[in-house]
Design a protein around this ligand. Structure first.
Ligand code: GAP
Length: 514
């Protein structure tokens, strides 16, 4: 991360705390690493993002059913899914600092540092030459070419080592590249070992009889084991999907980047069951549909890109990520995977129950293929919040902090202010507030000057502020101030409901997808 990126990211984190979006979990006990709590504004923003996903995926699709399965599942589930044997991270310890690292992250960070050197060369040259042809510079400058060749060499070695499951070679890359421990500064490394990411606990009251169960590391398996229940009771015909949102748990070793990588997080997943042989067509369909969904939030088309997986998981025949430009660079936001019939077949084998679909058009039974869309709700929250936070310089030199959230997901749709706390203005303002809160998340504020109240609402992303003044008592009109333009209009109180509905309703976003 460059110093500038780091500053922006720090600003996002402190804004989250200052305005009640996110707190460190158990903060009074100095916190729990990579676990966070959502505060009064954050919980509503998160709920609104989840609602938008649910409505787009479930409410707007006749052939997608939404479910809500338990976090605890029969332990055999995780044997069948492969998580017990293969849900591992390669870890390495530094013998001097006794700190443990993910070997792949050490190598990736090392490559990022070389990339940073390239960026510095490009930046320097862009200031020196005008006009500046960046592509030409990158392909001809000796130093940049050398750095790029180094990155390519490490990438090749590393992906081959991962493909071969060769942990000695992973360690050798760390040694050859002279990667040091960020704490001790030494190169005194242990061997690389695999470490399972699942949290376990025991079920049952008597310890001898208790059995080990896992906190689910993904919500997907709850869908697979219910495939036939939903298909039969919902009379679903292929192609159809099953969606759910819920908590997932992973014992992440590299816990950093705030809510980007957490130990307890929330996923929004959909498994789409298709006829074998049609999966690539549906994979392409869901890639486009999901990218469009993200873009509909209006954070900027340029902030998204696809990243195809080179190393496919053993069960996948195609996989990609939708990456988002976070303050620390492009990183995975959502995964789209063509998972073949792997999961259902594994569950058939381990449970001894048939998980097949009778296709009446083909007059044939088969195990469906699956295309999965899987997005992290907390990561999406970070994407939305970090790209909406702006510092603006106003006319006259004043500054304001504004959170330009998409209005449909903002914690409050509007704030109501009486201009002064007398002359019957609070009573009328309260009446408007009480009428509108049946349909919209509203907030009421009568403390401080109106200017200060505007600033408070700007900082939490409230798209509209409505001020009740003396004229309101005479003609039943109010001033409505727009968050992004700061423009103020006079509108009738009777028109507020339809205005808020039009400008802040989720229906508008859903229509943009149609
Ligand atoms: N069922 C497939 C699956 O779980 P994944 O790529 O491991 O695939 C899907 O996870 C999404 O879940 C990721 O794209 C990311 O948004 C989110 N995610 C994964 N691990 C996370 C973590 N430790 N903290 C926050 N979000 C995470």
């Amino acid at each position: 991360m460059s110093a500038k990126q780091e500053d922006i990211f720090k600003q996002v984190i402190s804004h989250c705390k200052e305005y009640g979006f996110i707190f460190q979990s158990s903060e009074i006990y100095d916190g729990l690493s990579a676990v966070y709590d959502y505060g009064q504004t954050g919980a509503v923003l998160k709920k609104n993002i989840r609602d938008y996903w649910w409505k787009a995926m479930v409410q707007m699709h006749d052939n997608i059913a939404g479910i809500d399965t338990a976090i605890f599942m029969h332990p055999t589930t995780w044997k069948a899914s492969g998580h017990v044997d293969a849900f591992n991270d390669p870890l390495i310890d530094n013998k001097d600092s006794k700190k443990r690292y993910r070997a792949d992250v050490l190598i990736e960070d090392h490559m990022a540092r070389i990339e940073e050197k390239i960026n510095k060369e490009v930046e320097k040259a862009s200031k020196k030459f005008s006009p500046f042809d960046e592509a030409m510079f990158r392909s001809t400058n000796g130093r940049v070419k050398e750095y790029q060749a180094k990155i390519d060499e490490i990438k090749d070695r590393f992906s081959k080592a991962l493909n071969d499951g060769d942990l000695n070679e992973v360690r050798q890359i760390i040694v050859d590249e002279e990667i040091v421990c960020p704490i001790s500064g030494s190169r005194n490394w242990t061997d690389v070992r695999q470490f399972n990411l699942m949290f376990s606990t025991s079920m049952g009251s008597v310890s001898e009889e208790a059995s080990t169960i896992y906190l689910r590391p993904e919500t997907a398996q709850g869908i697979f084991v219910n495939f036939l229940n939903v298909q039969k009771t919902g009379r679903m015909k292929i192609p159809f999907g099953i969606a759910q949102t819920g908590k997932a748990f992973r014992n992440e070793i590299v816990a950093r980047q705030f809510i980007f990588r957490m130990r307890e997080f929330e996923q929004m997943e959909m498994q789409f069951f298709v006829r074998p042989g049609t999966e690539m067509q549906w994979y392409e369909h869901w890639k486009t549909a999901r990218l469009n969904w993200h873009r509909s939030l209006g954070l900027g088309h340029e902030k998204y890109r696809f990243h195809d997986h080179i190393k496919l998981a053993h069960y996948a025949n195609a996989a990609c990520d939708i990456e988002f430009q976070f303050p620390f660079g492009f990183k995975e936001l959502e995964g789209i995977h063509s998972r073949t019939d792997f999961d259902l077949k594994q569950h058939e084998q381990f449970s001894g129950k048939k998980l097949q679909y009778f296709d009446s058009e083909l007059n044939q039974s088969y195990v469906p293929y699956v295309v999965e869309t899987s997005v992290g709700l907390d990561r999406l929250f970070l994407a939305v919040l970090s790209s909406s936070l702006k510092e603006e310089v106003l006319e006259g030199g004043d500054t304001r902090t504004v959170l330009s959230l998409p209005p449909a997901i903002a914690p409050y749709k509007a704030a109501i202010f009486p201009l002064v706390k007398k002359d019957g203005l609070p009573e009328l303002a309260q009446k408007i507030f009480n009428d509108l809160r049946f349909d919209f998340d509203m907030t009421y504020d009568e403390k401080d000057t109106v200017g200060k109240r505007y600033r408070r609402q700007d900082a939490i992303g409230t798209p509209f502020c409505i001020t009740v003044d003396h004229q309101s008592l005479e003609d039943q009109s109010v001033t409505i101030r727009h968050r992004d333009t700061m423009q103020q209009d006079r509108v009738a109180i009777s028109g507020l409901h339809s205005l808020l509905n039009k400008k802040t309703g989720i229906a508008g976003l859903l229509r943009s997808l149609a």
